[in-house]
Design a protein around this ligand. Structure first.
Ligand SMILES: CC(C)(COP(=O)(O)OP(=O)(O)OC[C@H]1O[C@@H](n2cnc3c(N)ncnc32)[C@H](O[C@H]2O[C@H](COP(=O)(O)OP(=O)(O)OP(=O)(O)O)[C@@H](O)[C@H]2O)[C@@H]1O)[C@@H](O)C(=O)NCCC(=O)NCCS
Ligand SMILES: Nc1ncnc2[nH]cnc12
Length: 290
């Protein structure tokens, strides 16, 4: 019940999780200055994306995230039926995204990552630590959806060419870029008093230091990927985005990745996943729910 409005309808767990997922996507898009990505300053390395489109896309995904969480509550267990239901809802979410953006791929990877995490969180809301949620999401991702089409996506092309592990494997391994890099760096930079926006930038950079981002590989090959990983490491080693030296490295990285047309879209999705798990783990799942 709302303190000022006793008539207000209580928010369900599924609605709360959908709110958290959309918030995470909007916070990721707004975070600035991100190297070569869409942010408040501009379009980075993209010609077909802009901030308004990222916001509209995020909002269009709310019903899909809610439906995934509801499916999880109903199923109550991780099995093939839930995996295939969530796969169908994910594909419907992709259609909603494309209808909203006029056919531009804004959040395909995010639907996958955040969709699995929302489903995993709804399965056991009392066990909402980031490790536990990521592990349940991994168990779900390991199940083979028999109805999923296997197009020769950018990720699939890059896997064939470079043997790179992409979005599917990241989820199946329990999101190591999020639990092993993004979240610990977010905590470290917060604890150092770097401010929330800098802490989020540092989390993104930590993810970039080790990720095989298939967007970067597709657009700029291995030289692009190495530039991303080395440049992100230089920012963190220089003191992070809150420091003057770190900011100089960040500016150089932005220029270099734009020149290479190397947009780290996969890392951006995993930053959104980091922000979502951070909020779920800090009790956000229960605030206002039920
Ligand atoms: C299993 C799927 C994720 C499909 O995976 P696959 O690798 O085959 O497909 P892609 O279409 O390449 O999409 C993967 C997207 O994941 C992001 N990503 C990249 N690397 C990683 C990584 N190492 N770890 C995690 N995530 C990663 C990335 O998404 C972002 O980039 C998108 C823009 O990329 P791209 O389309 O390549 O676009 P551009 O370079 O801009 O090219 P142009 O379009 O301009 O030509 C952007 O959307 C970001 O989100 C990758 O793109 C999964 O999608 C799947 O099977 N879905 C079916 C539904 C389902 O089962 N859902 C389950 C429940 S949710
Ligand atoms: N901010 C962003 N810019 C470009 N691609 C993205 N994919 C997800 N978030 C993105």
């Amino acid at each position: 019940m709302h303190a000022l409005n006793p008539q207000a309808k209580p928010v369900s767990l599924a609605e709360r999780l959908a709110d958290l997922a959309v918030d995470a996507l909007i916070d990721e898009a707004d975070l600035s200055p991100k190297p070569a990505l869409v942010d408040r300053r501009g379009n980075g390395a993209h010609t077909d994306l802009h901030l308004g489109l990222m916001h509209a896309s995020a909002l269009a995904l709310w019903p899909a995230f809610k439906a995934m969480a509801e499916a999880a509550t109903e199923a109550g267990t991780i099995d093939l039926a839930l995996r295939e239901t969530v796969g169908r809802i994910g594909r419907e979410g992709e259609q909603a995204m494309l209808a909203t953006t006029g056919g531009v791929n804004t959040h395909r990877g995010a639907i996958w990552a955040l969709g699995l995490l929302v489903t995993a969180a709804a399965l056991a809301p009392e066990s909402s630590g980031s490790g536990a949620v990521a592990l349940r999401a991994a168990r779900l991702a390991l199940l083979e959806d028999r109805h999923a089409p296997r197009p020769l996506s950018h990720g699939a092309q890059v896997a064939l060419r470079y043997g790179a592990r992409g979005a599917r494997e990241e989820a199946q391994l329990g999101f190591p870029a999020v639990t092993g890099r993004g979240l610990p760096q977010l905590e470290r930079s917060r604890a150092a008093g770097h401010g929330e926006q800098n802490a989020r930038l540092d989390a993104l950079l930590a993810i970039m230091t080790g990720l095989a981002d298939t967007c970067v590989l597709y657009r700029a090959g291995e030289p692009g990927l190495h530039a991303m990983q080395r440049g992100a490491r230089a920012v963190l080693d220089g003191g992070g985005s809150a420091s003057l030296a770190g900011r100089r490295h960040l500016q150089a990285l932005d220029r270099q990745l734009i020149a290479l047309n190397a947009s780290p879209g996969g890392a951006a999705d995993l930053l959104a996943a980091t922000l979502l798990l951070d909020r779920i783990g800090h009790g956000g799942i229960l605030q206002g729910a039920y």
